[in-house]
Design a protein around this ligand. Sequence first.
Ligand SMILES: O=S(=O)(CCO)c1ccc(-c2ccc(C3CCCC3)c([C@@H]3C[C@@H]3c3ccccn3)c2)cc1
Length: 239
Amino acid sequence: AQSHVLWPEIDRITAEQLHYARQGVGEGVWELFAEDGEMRMYKREEEVNGLVVDPLKAVHTVKGVTGFEMCHYFFSPDYRLDWETTIEQMKVLEKVSDDTMIFLQIHKRVWPASQRDALFWSHLRQVPDSRDPDAQNIWIVCNHSTEHHSAPEKSNGKYIRVFLTVALVCQTMIEPPKNGAQITRDDLTCKITYCSVVNPGGWAPASVLRAVYKREYPKFLKKFTHYVYDQCKNKPIRF
Ligand SMILES: O=S(=O)(CCO)c1ccc(-c2ccc(C3CCCC3)c([C@@H]3C[C@@H]3c3ccccn3)c2)cc1
């Protein structure tokens, strides 16, 4: 993908999102708004030109899967409709490379706001951990809004286009079995950080959007992580 016109932006945004995901939720104004088992969901209340764009950061720990497996199922178009319940249509507009694609998604309408679509590049990458060189166990998927000739903004004006930046950062922790036995899924833990900022792209009542965010994000992360566990549990481990 290094040759593609988008590459410099993909490289920059992915690095920025990795750094942002690693920042704790201790400092600053993160507000815990949802908890479910190991999942903690935080938000900041922000508005841009009167539009709610509340940044979201979620942390979660899932046993029995690797960071690669979690990121693979998040990135791949083949499984998206199995776990993403808020989209009506999804199309891959361009396969930039094996680890980079451009998606167009039509999201279900959130009454009384008008229906939205999202056009974004999606990039999957393994990340060498600078602090721990032999930790080759961190994977990231970064989704960031982009433009594309086959999905011009004003094509039919039917949908308002959202502007989003999303990052799923997953780290595999292995509890090596005492007796030197082979690693099983019981020895695996995946530490997840999910960050997202979605600008609704056009007017939508703040109260409605905040209610949608509060309801949809916890549901989405819970459904997605359970889906990946179920898909992987009887398959060989992929790091
Ligand atoms: O992580 S992803 O890349 C996974 C690939 O699908 C992703 C996640 C979320 C969105 C998204 C797009 C539109 C909207 C709203 C804005 C006004 C009306 C619709 C929302 C609101 C936040 C609520 C929401 C949260 C989670 C899931 C779906 N809905 C979210 C897009 C992509």
